[in-house]
Ligand binder design. Structure first.
Ligand code: NAG
Ligand code: NAG
Ligand code: NAG
Ligand code: NAG
Ligand code: NAG
Ligand code: NAG
Ligand code: NAG
Ligand code: NAG
Length: 793
């Protein structure tokens, strides 16, 4: 060390450790620059008086082309001479901080983070506050891990692809089949992850501080992983413009516009021949220009490689592929194609250096908003550490999320069980391949390595209520032979109640693994029915772990299967959530976020047909509750309670008049009854859309137990228009009601948003005529008609 270096070292050490609000790892730390012999005040990119855009531009302008290109991959290497360290962009936090990706690690000290239920189960709560609260808890743990040097600041979650088909292997990661629910989930989870209290509104949205950066993925029409050998790296999704607008893009639009997410990730698949990551119409024109993304667009990992070797798109050279994706608006490559080939692509004139500059601006602005350069506002989050990871509050929130999501599918006057209160302890048989589940409960995007902070297994938690006899009956969920069934039946005999834990796991439905059939795997169903036929086994309560629906008609209708519970993959605290429901500490209120189809659904249409509407020519039924009118095992929105609720519509308009501009154009639509109207519909984008349709609903708990209840509100378009959805969810709310309590809920629906249809040509139209609103599902539903008419100003 020269004397100068020694002096700088001392100054650096002193200034770093003496200041109260020290955030020593930030880039714009004058002592670090001093060490290099540079005065930080001379560097505009560290000048907090300038806008992030000006600062990012200054930083990028100081780099050579090679230096720029080296920052375009997820493992950005940094520029030592500018005191710019490397950055690992790829971390994941789908339902808790995960060590998937290069950005996050667990070690001997921090062996895991809290595992919340998988998204499909949290979604079933239909509780927007819960979704946001989980996001806040996850980002606390993420910041704590960042402070300990174990995590980055950019998390590529949530996965908001619509679960279009029940066979998809990644349904566990998603908020289900309804694009509106998916969009609301995305908005809440992203806000929970990203928002910094006190900084929700800034003049320039590109300067809004971020707690961590979220990422809505995979854009778009991505929901075939590997079905009968057709995989995502080769799949070309043929999608109509109408389905695109109505189903596949809507959650992303909501994520960007309502969630103000910091990133969107393009997917592996092609759409109508074009790889999504190379499509300027999708990336630049839609996400960036039309929706006005404040952030960066990332590629799914090795998407550019997939474009070349999987899709063989245009027989591209690597340089051509890189130029196409840069020009399409893809800012960050997860992988090394940008860093390996972008320099050559510029030198060959395939893409301008300017495009690289734009991408880097987008990336550095996000890092500035995250405090990577200057620290967080007021030192927020710097105090988070080890005690905030796997904290008792977060474990409790995880258990509560599972309780809120769990769906009671069948209850033949059996649950809740009231055993365990007398002095004579009851005996319970706990059987099935998931009876002692641990890692199966946390699904994917959880722990790659490390040890979960805690597991609450079904077996342990049921043991708290009685003596248990345990026998799995099958060695795993595939349950490939029935050799374990007799002993399971024998074990159950003499029990006061028998719990059967069955379902799926990642060996059946997973990333890169779609299902072929919708039945229970192997001998699982036989295990249940054999138990049901056996004498002296007490009531049989079946608990199902799965994401996709299973055709459980046999046990649904079996007189000796007393109760059925769907628990998704309930997270590491799943066992106690299930026990709380079985023994009545919690009254279930979850609702299925997907349709459960009969097993023969899969024979009626290939997974690769992307259309949501039925195709009469090919005899394809439709998909999702919006378009499938066949019989179901359980419909979307299904779920029972230990109490009963009734609705009355206290107020709804019968007539709504929409004001149109004097010269506003009408759109023709074909009416089924052959009637011609002068003005059957108008374009939503031409309309002011100020009309609010107010619906007031009274909900009453008429049963014998307190409990939460989910109110689902659908709009139904006029019946004389072809090709509309059967109905469409436009609002939902979860409320808690004591016995006998009545709550009055007011829904304010924007007439254009909630009563529009997407026409064949993909335009969003508001039709006149008789619409209706339906509250609730099935037999308990109430509805009211609303006549919509136009009035020219
Ligand atoms: C674990 O991490 C905390 C916080 O950084 C630290 O105080 C503690 O000494 C570490 N323990 C071990 C065993 O490394
Ligand atoms: C995105 O589109 C806008 C105009 O639509 C254009 O000015 C801009 O250069 C485009 N960006 C990229 C990266 O193609
Ligand atoms: C339940 O699973 C845990 C973790 O895999 C294991 O340690 C334990 O022995 C199992 N319990 C029984 C009764 O098999
Ligand atoms: C049935 O499965 C068990 C456990 O996997 C295995 O040990 C046994 O050999 C199998 N029996 C037959 C007949 O395949
Ligand atoms: C409910 O239980 C009763 C009495 O045990 C039985 O007769 C009936 O079939 C059961 N219903 C179903 C759907 O399991
Ligand atoms: C379902 O759709 C088919 C085809 O459009 C139609 O024939 C049938 O009547 C519909 N069924 C119900 C129950 O609405
Ligand atoms: C709810 O009402 C239905 C029909 O009125 C009745 O059969 C059922 O027992 C009630 N359930 C509860 C939990 O009160
Ligand atoms: C919704 O979730 C929040 C946060 O976990 C919880 O406090 C609240 O009780 C839930 N609401 C209902 C009605 O269950």
């Amino acid at each position: 060390m020269t004397p100068f270096q020694l002096l700088s070292f001392l100054i650096f050490t002193l200034s770093t450790y003496s200041s109260v609000n020290a955030q020593p790892n930030i880039i714009c730390n004058s002592a670090k620059f001093q060490l290099m012999g540079t005065n930080m005040n001379s560097l505009p990119f560290c000048d907090q008086g300038l806008s992030y855009h000006v600062r990012a531009k200054d930083l990028v302008d100081r780099m050579t082309l090679q230096e720029k290109v080296a920052q375009l991959g997820d493992q950005a290497v940094g520029v030592e001479r500018l005191n710019l360290p490397g950055y690992q962009w790829w971390s994941e936090a789908l339902h808790g901080v995960s060590d998937v990706g290069h950005g996050t690690h667990f070690d001997n000290n921090i062996t895991a983070a809290t595992s919340f239920p998988t998204v499909i189960l949290s979604t079933a709560s239909f509780n927007e506050t819960l979704w946001k609260t989980i996001g806040e808890a996850v980002s606390n743990e993420a910041r704590a891990m960042h402070n300990l040097g174990l995590a980055g600041l950019t998390f590529w979650s949530p996965n908001i692809n619509v679960a279009r088909d029940p066979r998809w292997g990644r349904i566990l990661e998603t908020p289900g089949e309804d694009p509106f629910v998916v969009g609301r989930y995305a908005t809440n989870y992203v806000r929970g992850l990203q928002d910094v209290k006190g900084y929700l509104k800034t003049k320039d949205p590109n300067s809004r501080p971020l707690k961590v950066g979220a990422c809505c993925k995979h854009f778009a029409a991505y929901d075939v992983d590997n079905w009968k050998g057709i995989d995502r790296y080769h799949f070309d999704a043929r999608v109509t413009e109408r389905d695109m607008v109505e189903t596949f893009l809507l959650p992303f639009e909501m994520c960007v516009k309502e969630g103000d997410v910091a990133s969107v990730m393009c997917s592996y698949n092609r759409i109508n021949g074009i790889p999504t990551c190379a499509d300027p119409k999708l990336l630049n024109q839609t996400i960036r220009e039309r929706w006005n993304l404040h952030g960066y667009i990332a590629a799914d990992c090795d998407s550019i490689e997939v474009m070349i070797h999987g899709h063989k798109y245009h027989n591209d050279t690597p340089e051509e592929a890189v130029a196409q994706t840069l020009k399409a608006g893809l800012d960050l490559d997860c992988g090394s194609y940008y860093s390996d080939y972008a320099t050559a692509a510029v030198k060959e004139g395939l893409v301008k250096e300017e495009e690289i500059d734009h991408s880097l601006h987008n990336l550095y602005i996000v890092l500035m908003r995250l405090g990577w350069f200057d620290g967080t506002p007021g030192g927020a989050f710097t105090g988070l550490g080890k005690n905030d990871i796997c904290s008792p509050q977060n474990l409790e929130l995880s258990a509560d999320a599972a309780r809120q999501g769990i769906v009671l599918l069948k209850n033949n006057n059996t649950l809740p069980l009231s055993f365990g209160s007398g002095d004579q302890k009851s005996t319970f048989a706990v059987v099935g391949p998931h009876a002692n589940a641990t890692i199966a409960m946390i699904g994917n995007y959880a722990l790659q390595s490390g040890i979960a902070c805690h597991y609450s297994t079904p077996l342990d938690e049921i043991s708290a209520y009685g003596n248990v006899k345990y026998e799995p009956g099958c060695s795993n969920v595939k349950c490939e032979n029935g050799s374990g069934v007799p002993i399971a039946v024998q074990t159950a005999q003499g029990a006061d109640a028998t719990f059967v834990f069955v379902g799926l796991d990642l060996s059946v439905e997973a990333e890169s693994l779609d299902r072929i059939e919708l039945k229970f795997p192997g001998w699982q169903e036989a295990l249940i029915t054999e138990l049901a036929y056996a004498p002296n086994v007490g009531p049989i309560i079946v608990v199902i772990f799965s994401a996709g629906g299973i055709d459980i008609s046999t046990i649904k209708n079996h007189p000796r299967v007393s109760a059925i519970i769907w628990a998704g993959y309930p997270g590491a605290e799943g066992g106690r959530a299930i026990a709380d429901i079985i023994f009545g500490n919690y009254n279930p209120a979850g609702r299925l976020p997907i349709t459960w189809y009969p097993a023969d659904y899969v024979n009626k249409l290939p997974m690769t047909s992307m259309q949501l509407r039925p195709n009469p020519d090919l005899n394809y039924p439709g998909r999702t509750y919006k378009f499938y009118n066949g019989s179901t095992v359980y419909p979307f929105g299904y779920g029972l309670s230990y109490t009963n609720f009734t609705y009355t519509i206290q107020y709804a308009p019968t007539l709504v008049t929409i004001d149109l501009a004097k010269l506003q154009k009408c759109k023709q639509i074909e009416l089924l009854n052959g009637v011609n109207l002068d003005c059957p519909a108008v374009l939503v984008e031409d309309s002011k859309c100020r009309e609010i349709v107010k619906i007031v609903v009274r909900v009453r708990n008429t049963g014998q137990r307190d409990g939460a209840h989910v109110v689902l509100l659908y709009s139904v378009p006029p019946s004389n228009i072809a090709g509309t959805p059967i109905k469409r969810l436009v609002a939902f709310r979860r409320v808690f009601l004591r016995v006998g309590e009545v709550k009055t809920l007011s829904f304010k629906l924007n007439a254009c948003k909630s009563f529009s249809i997407i026409a064949d040509d993909a335009y969003e139209l508001l039709p006149t005529g008789e619409h209706s609103v339906v509250i609730g599902n099935g037999a308990d539903a109430v509805s009211t008609k609303i006549s919509m008419s136009f009035q020219f100003q």
